[in-house]
Design a protein around this ligand. Sequence first.
Ligand code: ARG
Length: 560
Amino acid sequence: MKIKKDVVEIVFNSLEGQLSREQIEHMLEKPQYDYMGDLAFPCFTLAKLFRQSPQSIASDIASKITNPLVEKVEAVRGYVNVFLKRDKVTNEVINEVNRSAQEYGNLDIGRGEVVTLDFSSPNIAKPFSMGHLRSTVIGNSLALVAEKCGYKTVKINHIGDWGTQFGKLIVAYRLWGKEDTLRQDPIKELLKLYVHFHEKAEHDPSLNDQAREWFKKLEEGNEEARSLWTWFREESLQEFSKIYKKLGITFDSYHGEAFYNDKMQRIVDLLEEKKMLEQSEGAHVVPLEDLPPCLIRKRDGSTLYATRDLAAAVYRQENYHFKKSLYVVGNEQSLHFQQLFTVLKKMGYEWQKGMEHISFGMMLKDGKKMSTRKGKIVLLEEVIQEAISLAMKNINDKNPQLEAKEEVARHVGTGAIIFHDLKHHRSNDIEFSLEDMLRFEGETGPYVQYTHARASSLLVKGQFEKDSDHVGIDDKEAWSVVTQLMYFPNVIKRASENSDPSQIAKYVVELSRAFNQYYGSVRVLDDASKRQARLSLVYSVKAVLKEGLRLLGLQAPEKM
Ligand code: ARG
């Protein structure tokens, strides 16, 4: 919103460069109560800087603020409180949103630079876990936000398709596997084999040696190993793609860990050349100052997860020239990423600064981690299907005549799951509850989608004419909706800067609440002379809710 920029500018100029425009913008607040105005600027930090009282600084700044959209300015207890001309601002904001529609809030912080996002990245021959779901929805939203902010994105699914576990799987299949059972239900069967292997290996450690041997063979290109691996991989990818399809998520690259098999030697050579490599009990490691050493090659010569990530980072820089490179992975891998980043930094790569581990907490069920290891698993596809069925049941109860029911049920069901995840700050652990997710009230995806659908149907009913210039909303009740609309670009900026989609999720709930309150107190369609102006507010809300939902990875059905 323009006035905000003006206030920033005025404060900036009166400070002679002591604070940057960004810092000032960050400090601007939305006051808690109406009588404190519409924008507030606290002067306490400045007071320390200038060794003056906050109040005298506030008065000084207040005296300099003049703007056609400002009604009055007060300096109170160290705050500059700005009161806006609400009718003028209302019309300005609404016209701006109407004009830009889904482009409202587009920013140019990215300036066309590339961000790679490594997310989802499930492991072959294992079920898609809750952790992978978290990574998938957070990563997808961050990619959409990055694009909105003017970055180019590369969405990478770093599939876990390499490593000793494939040795285990090959051994297990050769000992106990049956081709036709595996073809019927690949993921379940592969998981069974994997679990069985672990049970047996507890009593028979030689199995682990065999597994290592088979992985070694795989790395060396042994034909039998290779063909089993390809088969397991294909089957798993097919299963995963069902989930991505339901969620409406796509990737630019499926280069998994195996892709780097022939790119690791170069990294090992480089480390050797830079004298970073040391021998430790026959293995090769990079010792690090404040962290445990990073293991590069095992005693038997096979490589590790970290080795592949080093190769992947270099590959991504060379191919995509990323400015930022985000890894959306659970917080249990923090150490791994610290080691990875430190090794790259030691290798002298400047671009390493752009890499960031976007970590997140666990998904809990009754307070415990949802696990996939011991066969105690929740199959994600079943969870998604259940959410969709519940959404369908809801539609059949409330609106059985609805068109395209299947599609709406899918959008609401998956939307509920995605929203439930993204409304929490990613670093928190989340309690899984389908019931909570699907509620139509409170902070849920369906609530926001429902508000959007309500706005849509109002526009149809009132025959909203979009392209005329609508001025003249004078409803007092509209103001809280307008201020929410005004803050949308800031919310996007914050979501981008902090890699935090929950900012947007919370925002669309707030906007929905403000709108529903407005809708409850103003008869939008009743007064013909005000109808189009009021509908232009409804249209703004609809456009921003839809865009906000889109940035989270949710659809916004027109009817529900
Ligand atoms: N496949 C890994 C896992 O499930 C996640 C991979 C994350 N990405 C990466 N570049 N390390 O734990």
